[in-house]
Structures are given as C-alpha cells and as structure tokens.
Design a protein. Structure first.
Length: 375
C-alpha cells in the first residue's frame, strides 16, 4: 500500500494582526488607538499569502467598536460544583470520571442527556454535556453507544499519571516521555508540527492530544482522547464537507468558546442565527474564490457585510481560521494567538454567530462574528 506522508500543521495559525475598524472622530480615544495600531501594522511590513498547494492553517481576527468603552457585565449564573474525580480504572485518562469503553447509559446516569449532539470529523457525533458551560465535556459514541472519544477544556481531567489541567508541558513530557512525531493512519501518515502548542501520545490504543496555553506558561489547557480504530476509519486527511459537518463545526466552536469564557470568569454568549448566516456566507465566499481575508473581493469589511444584512451592533469582532481539521484544533489555535484570544475573552460582547464552509480540498473555513447591540 502506498503510504502518503502529509505534513499537517494542526493549530499554529498564520494570521493578520488584529485590525481595528474605523470609528467616528468624536470618539477620540478609540480613534487614536485605531491610528496607532494601523500605523504599527504598516510599519511592520506584514505580508499575507494563501497557498492551496500546501496543507496549512491560517487564522486572523478583526475588531471594531463605535464606542470608546463598553460597560462590562458579570456572569449571571451561580457556580456549579464539579464532580468528585477518581483515578480511572481501565484507561490511563478519564474526563469527568468517564473513560473510553464506557457506555452511553453509564454517562447519562451521571450527567443526564446531552445538551447538544452534532457531527464531528470522525463521522460520529460529539455529545456535549455541561451546566451552563460549567463542567463542560464532549463525548463521542460509536454505533453500539460505547465511548470512543472524549474532550474537555475544564478541570475534569484525571489520570493514572497524576496529570491534571494546569500542569506544565515540561511536567507532561517528563511524565509521558517524547510525544509522537508521525501518526500512521493506514490510509496515510501525517507528520505533527505543532510548534509546541500540543503534544500527541499513543496510550491504551488511543491518541491522546494534550493542548497547552502558550500565554499561561505552557500549562495544560485541554485534552482530547480518540480511539485509534475511530481515527483509522478516516480514509482522507480532511473529512468530506457536508451540511451536517458544517453545522457540527459551527456549534462545536460556539460551545468551546463559551466553555473558555466560563474558565475566564466571563458570561456566556448567546447564539445569533442572523449573524451565523452572515458568517457562513463569508466562509463560503472565501472557500469558493480562494482567498482569506476580512475584506471580501468586493471591498466589503466585516461590518459592511453585517450592515448589508441589517444586523445592528454597537461593537463587533471577527475571527477567521482555515485548514484546521476540527473546531477543537481551530479554537485551541485561536486561543494561542493574542489578537484572536482577545475577541474570544472580550467582556463587552454578548452574542456570537459562527459560519463554516469547505473548499474543493475539503479544508474548512471558519468565521466567528462577535457582537454587542446595547450601549
């Protein structure tokens, strides 16, 4: 069998620095910030490219405000106690006391029915469990309703190695050894080039991906555990795009964003369906016309497109990403880029719409549009 080695740059985005939109001259403080930032970007002589002949990730963020300052608001929901975590019995890692090999029935006895089920890149659903995005985790089941995948970016990790969220990358590497550099799928191989943002280990016949926050001392910030047989069922690097997968990536990225905001003590964002349509149209336009930019080929900014769709806002921001295999990798990569991170954890935003589409190579394009429509 011919093994094709594909270079896969999973989460390290190539991005434009955040660019702030034009605001009325009367808002002198905000306008000065715009002017200074724009000058810095030009002086740095930043160049941006797009090459469909290479498998790569890109991300970029855009922020606009027509008010000099935004009134912040506090989280509205009470703190929920996390479950008492125990050391896993059969597997090396567990999430919320759930291990690969457990049944859906046993999970739902602990957590009830999922808050959402949406298709992922493995051809199964992520079932999402949380209490207003506290104790957040995603579980993937096979046709026999057996757990084959787990993810969390909250303090639900337990392991036989005593690795927990907040540990450092150095501690993980010292405990687990050198991470994998090449994943052998059967249909293809792909080389891992994460620039230190995550490590992949093969443990218990699972792929264990440990994500780090490079802005918080390379601390463990999330974990994904995927059964090797589930991963091997993929016969292409990028899962063929479909309407169900578009919607799945959109809702997963929304849920991941809110779980992250809760981690930072911020209120959750509301889903905005109208903004989702505007965001998806931009992802489709970029995918179909082979470009990657906040400004479309007609010269419209993100805010021009929102106004064209009659979406009112007092402040708005946009994050773009393309080429990541899933919303999990897209979100973790965006969080490791300061400009995009600022949009995700901005306390002034109240709503979010996300749109995804795929190009001919099935590479996903992600558009996140954050907004606030109140003074």
């Amino acid at each position: 069998m011919l093994l094709i080695i594909l270079l896969a740059f999973w989460t390290k985005p190539f991005w434009e620095d955040p660019i702030r939109g034009y605001v009325p001259e009367a808002v002198s403080d905000a306008f000065q910030s715009v002017k200074e930032f724009t000058t810095q970007a030009i002086d740095n002589d930043i160049e941006f490219g797009f090459d469909f002949d290479k498998i790569k990730d890109e991300a970029t963020s855009f922020y606009s405000s027509i008010v000099g300052s935004v009134q912040v608001h506090e989280p509205e929901h009470e703190q929920v106690d996390k479950p008492e975590l125990t050391t896993p019995d059969e597997q090396s890692f567990s999430v919320g006391n759930v291990e690969l090999g457990d049944t859906k029935k046993s999970v739902e006895e602990m957590y009830g029915e999922p808050m959402r089920e949406s298709e992922n890149e493995y051809g199964v659903d992520w079932s999402t469990y949380h209490e207003n995005y506290q104790n957040f985790m995603m579980v993937a089941y096979d046709e026999q309703e057996v757990v084959r995948g787990l993810f969390t970016n909250q303090d639900l990790l337990s392991s036989q190695f005593n690795i927990v969220l907040g540990d450092t990358k150095a501690t993980v590497n010292e405990t687990l050894g050198e991470p994998e550099e090449l994943i052998r799928n059967g249909w293809f191989n792909y080389q891992i080039n994460s620039d230190g943002e995550y490590d992949v280990y093969q443990i218990d016949r699972n792929y264990v991906t440990i994500f780090y926050d490079i802005h918080e001392g390379d601390e463990v910030t999330a974990i994904q555990i995927i059964d090797q047989d589930l991963d091997a069922a993929k016969d292409t690097l990028y899962t063929p795009g479909s309407e169900a997968l578009k919607e799945g990536f959109e809702y997963q990225l929304f849920d991941l964003t809110n779980a992250t905001r809760v981690n930072h003590g911020l209120p959750v964002l509301e889903w905005n369906e109208a903004v989702r349509e505007t965001a998806r149209k931009h992802s489709t336009d970029m995918a179909d016309n082979q470009y990657f930019s906040h400004t479309n080929l007609q010269g419209q900014s993100p805010f021009d497109r929102m106004r064209e769709d009659e979406i009112d806002f007092t402040s708005a921001g946009e994050n773009l990403a393309y080429g990541q295999f899933s919303s999990v990798f897209a979100h973790q990569g965006l969080m490791n880029s300061l400009g995009h991170r600022e949009n995700i954890v901005h306390n002034g935003f109240t709503e979010l719409g996300i749109g995804v589409d795929f190009n001919e190579e099935n590479q996903p394009f992600y558009t996140e549009k954050f907004l606030r429509n109140q003074w």
